[in-house]
Design a protein around this ligand. Sequence first.
Ligand code: SAM
Length: 975
Amino acid sequence: MSFLLASVMPVMARRSIQGKILAPTFAQITNKRVPNRSISAFVLNQRHKQCKLSPTFLKQPLYVSNKPGDTSSSSGAAYHASANQQIVARRNEINRQKRQARQKALDKDRERNLKLRNLFMEEKQNDSSSSSSHDSSSIPPMFAVKVVTCRTLRLELRMNGREKRGRMFVERPSIFSAMQNEGGEGEVEQRVDDASDDNEYACMSLKALKQTIHEFFRRLKKSTYILSASLPILDEDGNVLTSEEGDDDDQNINDNNSSLGMWRLETDEDVQNAFLQAEQFYQRHQEENESTSMKRPTLVIHVTKDPDAPPPPPPPPYLVGMPDPLTSPTMTMLSFYAFPPDGGISDPESTADQLKRLWRPFRALGRVYVAKEGVNAQMSVPTNVLSNFLQCCTVKPEEGGELSHVLGTYMENGINIDPIPVNMEEFQAKPAFKNLHIRVRSQIVADGFATPLDWQSAGYDMPPLEWHQKLKEAREANEKGVDNAPLPIVLDCRNDYETQVGKFELAEPLDTENFRDSWDVLKDRLKDVPKDAPVMTYCTGGIRCVKVNAYLTQEMGMTNVSRLAGGIISYDRTLNEQAPAEESMFKGVNYVFDSRMGRRITDDQLGTCYTCGSKTHLVSNCKNENCHRRMVQCENCVDSLLGTCSEGCKGRVVNAGMVPKRKGEATNNDVDETRQESDEVYTNVDDYSSGYSSSSPSLFRQIELNTAALLPSGAHMVSGAMQGSLLKMLASQTSGRVLEIGSFTGYATACFLEGAAIAGELGERKETGIGGREGGPFVLSLERDRRALGIASAHIKAMSELGLDEDAAEEASKLADGPIVDFEGDSVSFTYKGIAGCEFLRVNDALATVEEMASSQSQLAPFDIAFVDADKTRLMDYVDALASNDRLLKKGGLIIVDNVLWKGLVLDANNNGYDSSDETSPTGSNEEKALLKKNRRARKLAMKMHQFNSEVVRDERVEVVMMPIRDGLSLIRKR
Ligand SMILES: C[S@@+](CC[C@H](N)C(=O)[O-])C[C@H]1O[C@@H](n2cnc3c(N)ncnc32)[C@H](O)[C@@H]1O
């Protein structure tokens, strides 16, 4: 009977089935206190112990270990790690090949440019030494070629600017002089055979000419065209006249109208003849004109659409007559997922490419995951092409469809379409998505299973109206107290923050922080429940319930399992469309995963404000970008805490120049539309200064996102964009040797490494090559937490292999799927841009290691910068160790200490000191002050920080500049 009781728990119950508090009040949070004395005793003991435990540093081998993790374990984590590794390996290989090809092209370009530059020099010399009589030996070593494209090609290939026409230079090999001298055109045929080695010259072969043209007009590669040539038309000063747009009428050229002085280039011989004619024309012109602007032989090449080329295949029927998506007045939000049968998708990479190609014409935006098991998409599509888009996803191959093996009938419950399209202006002001990201993942919903279940067998897919009826009946039976009625167990399979603001009546939240945690909760909840008990599950769009119900039926043997078809989104829409008079059984807000963060279904306020405990329906993310906590927060607290989650984060935003959103960036606001703020206007100088600082590369943002996903409680510790950019810039001004104390997830490490590489590239490269312990640009980062190190090293691995931009960010984004792979061993090393070394060292206690480094005679070359960002209670000890030894930190080197403003609380510490009477009787009428004072630990640490600041500024060995950036950064220069 207990499960029946649980299943009818009152909607507003504050405890979940796990007994967890649904949303802690501020008092609950701050009541978790650690007795003061035990903190300092613990620190002292640890330090004492760890000094003895940390002899490893000097024995560390200099080795590079990028080996993949152990996948021998049979756990779900191992399975996904191994699947992920395969994808990662493949992606890496593709990227490596792309990089190689890019590099090859660049090298070729560079070589060519160098050659041309030399030829120009030669030309100049010839010019100044040549006599006024123009013999063939004074012919400049380059031809000028004017390339003009025809109108059809321009339109077809959307060519613009310099792609329409342009001038290029091609080398004139010595063979040309020989041809001229030995009888001109008639000899050409013979010459070509003799000069087969010279076929790489654009003036000698059609292939080489086309290749050269492609280097300038890259889009031409996509079309079939013909080449024709003509001699230049000169004005009276000998300037080559530019043809007007439209001169190069396709018809004229296709007719090969020799009266226009053009001739087709179809063979190598044609090409050589054309260039010979250009040269003869040049010589004649030189002889006839004493002074002329024509500097070198010039040929005009006309590129025209080939009339005999096969016509392009007809567009698929769903594109025929499609309106221009850019003219759509609204955007429609939609979502769908598919689990194709028979082993799913055999090649997710190529399916992802196919989706990109097929969806490009619709100008759709969104986030799409493709994995072997299927596709999961959340998108915004211009409403005027919505029906075309839907057709593209579902139409059969015989009707021109290409996606029916992946989507089509395998799309569970079709496509969930939001009934109310978003006005385009509104959408642009606050875009739900900014791009179309189609990403390959090991799973479309990370579940943590060792082997995938059969997703085709996942219980009954209950239509929304039937679901509605069932819930109504259950509510009635519950109210009447009908004992024997088989009340269903209604399970809300979403995470805790989603259920906090809205759920179905009678539903029990699983209250997980992560979907992967669902299985233990389900086992526990249903352990005493008969196998045939009715279980109804739901989630936002239905995809998670496919997995939950597959688990319930296949792993737990439940026989009467159903799920809400299309999830809450479909329920909401169906009820509105088909039974608008019915009262919704879902109350509150349906949390959604785009920047809207929620759709309000009823006015009920189910959420409990994270900060004050009052009722609300608002969901937001903390405005402190280093925290970004997702939370339920009432309007009053949003106002008083300036959209942050705590006084600490508010302090950061107010007191420090931390990075709020950039100009034009989407905000993750609450669901109340009236509360949106303008992205265009800066209202404080911190926002303004970050908005007008150079933006950070994508990888850095991804490191923040990964940290928020994997180690959310520490997300605020990440240096962040503004501070990170400063660290990078400082490192770039030194010789690039940085000691970081406290790596965490590698944000600052990545910034320093970038700075070190810049320093390495600018400075004189050391004989030793790549920087390392013994010299050169090098970042050594110390950390004790293996989980953090696992993540940090994955980030730096992506950076060293793929750089800092989209590719690296995409690679790093895969980490967010988890699981966290703990760092194994003592150290790992990387090389960035072939010049800067980076090493993570796992230590027991960073201070002990630093002291050891300072006192030993190691081979370690001195550092330029030491970033002290680990434990905050022994800062002066770190400064002592670093200031006392020039072999560890150079004379004149920088010690950078983070968090010196301690959320602004150092002001209190400075003015009032720490008074323990505050603990029992907080004073002051101001609510903000009262809340602050409750945070005893923060205040004690602020006191410590204030003591450090006071001590270090008086220290004769150093000079201090304290910067109010982010949480306060002190630059301490060793005199
Ligand atoms: C504030 S975070 C570092 C953030 C990082 N520097 C960044 O900018 O992204 C502090 C890190 O120091 C580590 N840490 C704290 N005390 C330490 C100690 N005594 N020895 C080594 N690491 C320590 C913590 O595990 C944590 O990962």
